[in-house]
Design a protein around this ligand. Structure first.
Ligand code: KG4
Ligand code: ZN
Length: 334
């Protein structure tokens, strides 16, 4: 069969990224331009600034990616693009670039859901084996998704309020850590001990999550300590918070694996980089005999390589679109 080269675009938040992926698993070239340092000045992503930087850098990122791959547009089979969810102004920049190239070079246009991208980042590690359970943990999503085949997504549970990455970032702000705080809390947690008494988030029989109560407990606790003039032991608080989060994520995921009789587990999204989560899942999966895959660290957070991997399977399934395709700030995983 002829090789398929997907040129992929990701611009849903504050990374401008373009990648070329061969046959859904082989990375030819990827360029990720992060705006993190700029947004860190404001303590979070500023949408208007993000879209402006995407506009400034997108053509350079495309050129650099093709150059790195030593390829031209003639070598490309199809163009995949994150259509949503995400920041609408940011999404539109990648979308416009993808549509323009699709029109100019007469290449099929393949829309990809951002979370499908995070899930298929695992396919860059090894071929995904079905049925599988996907634990999706990012700045905008926290879901347990059952997949019986490519693009068959069945959500069996999700967060009722904050996404897990969002909770990390909000707690980090209270601890005066710069944006994005997730990786810093993760690092700090290994320097501290689980000494703070924090509530366990939504420990019920469902596969849903709730992190806002835990987040508020951390915020209230630190405010109270400050008012009493007591120093906050940041590393201990980070450790206590991370343990509550990781414990419930792992507990509900393993329970879902058992109930649905699934032996393959993949983790997806920015929080898949979390070392506490990686350690605990690795331990529990070894105990249960489950096959566990994580994306490589650099492809846990937003990148176009994952969109290229997801785009290949979408293309194979005929999920192509005409040029009326538009970006969507919100959309169900499909
Ligand atoms: O997937 P992603 O790049 O963007 C979304 O699609 O949301 O995820 C970003 C999120 C941020 O909230 C960031 O703090 C979190 O992932 N994150 C982490 C870690 N690395 C990134 N959270 C906890 N521990 C980490 N090591
Ligand atoms: Zn993401």
């Amino acid at each position: 069969m002829e090789d398929v080269y997907i040129l992929a675009f990701e611009s849903s938040c504050d990374e401008t990224s373009v990648s070329i992926i061969k046959n859904g698993h082989e990375e030819i070239a990827t360029v990720v331009l992060s705006q993190m340092d700029i947004h860190a000045l404001y303590g979070g992503v500023v949408p208007e600034i993000a879209s402006r930087y995407h506009v400034e850098s997108i053509t350079l990122v495309i050129e650099e990616c093709l150059k790195k791959a030593n390829m031209t547009m003639d070598d490309i089979t199809a163009i995949a693009v994150t259509y949503g969810p995400g920041l609408i102004g940011s999404l539109l920049v990648g979308m416009q670039a993808a549509k323009t190239l699709s029109y100019l070079y007469n290449k099929p246009l393949v829309p990809v859901h951002h979370i499908a991208g995070h899930i298929y980042a695992n396919n860059l590690v090894e071929p995904m084996k079905f049925p599988l359970m996907a634990l999706v943990v990012s700045g905008g999503h926290t879901e347990i998704v059952l997949m019986k085949d490519d693009y068959e997504f069945k959500k069996i549970g999700g967060t009722l309020d904050d996404a897990v990455g969002e909770a990390y970032d909000k707690v980090a702000r209270v601890l005066n850590l710069p944006y994005p705080g997730g990786p810093l809390i993760d690092k700090l947690s290994f320097e501290g001990e689980d000494t703070y008494s924090l509530p366990t988030p939504l420990d019920d029989d469902s596969y849903n999550f709730s992190f806002s109560g835990l987040k508020s407990a951390v915020i209230n606790m630190s405010h109270n300590e400050i008012q009493r003039g007591n120093p906050i032991r940041k590393a201990d608080l980070a450790c206590s918070f991370q343990n509550r989060v990781v414990d419930i994520l792992v507990k509900k995921t393993i329970k879902a694996m058992k109930e649905y009789n699934v032996y393959n587990l993949i983790v997806a999204g920015g929080v898949a980089a979390n070392k506490g989560l990686r350690n605990k899942l690795t331990e529990e999966c070894a105990k249960e005999g489950y096959h566990l895959v994580f994306p490589v660290m650099k492809y846990c957070t937003d990148n176009a390589a994952m969109i290229g991997a997801a785009g290949y399977y979408a293309y194979k399934l005929g999920r192509v679109s005409d040029l009326t395709l538009n970006s969507k700030a919100n959309d169900e995983l499909k």
